[in-house]
Design a protein around this ligand. Sequence first.
Ligand code: IMP
Length: 184
Amino acid sequence: MHKDVARILISEQELQKRIRELAEQISSDYEGKKPPIVVGILKGSCFFLTELAKNMNLDVELEFMRVRSYAGENSTGNIQILLDLDRDVSNENILIVEDIVDTGITLKKVKELLGNRCANDIRIAALLNKKERREVEIDADYYGFEIPNEFVVGFGLDYNQKYRNLPYIGVLKEEVYTRQVSKE
Ligand code: IMP
């Protein structure tokens, strides 16, 4: 285990098993429908998207967006698009893939944005759900795991761009972020 991780919340094996289940469920839900364009939200969704897409029995297309969310003056917040889709999504089915739903601001805005571009059916698959932290009304259609209100890293999730490559989801030691804050 990494020295900055207090404990492993979800092991590599549990992640693989659950993501395979999700992939099967998603594949059967889209049966007989136009396969979705899978839109991964970078960078956090990279490992989840790879594992999910590999196990989906559908002819999907893969696209990526990179957004940064920041809390605005009101609780709905806002997002900045750092990398946008380079294709038309009108009348397409979209499956947005995200690492975690925390306040919900990012996904709400991304869903609105793709809706405004006339995407047909928009669904969301999120690996983790931190329900307690929700500030806006949004729900994913598929969740991997419900997690407590703790800061987690690994399997794509970072703290200051670090720890994304850990193969498990771990709770970051509190001293790691308090140490960082006191340096500033
Ligand atoms: P939102 O608050 O739901 O808009 O989530 C915004 C982003 O914050 C997510 O896509 C994650 O990248 C990041 N985030 C939220 N909670 C955590 C966490 O516990 N660890 C790492 N990143 C997180």
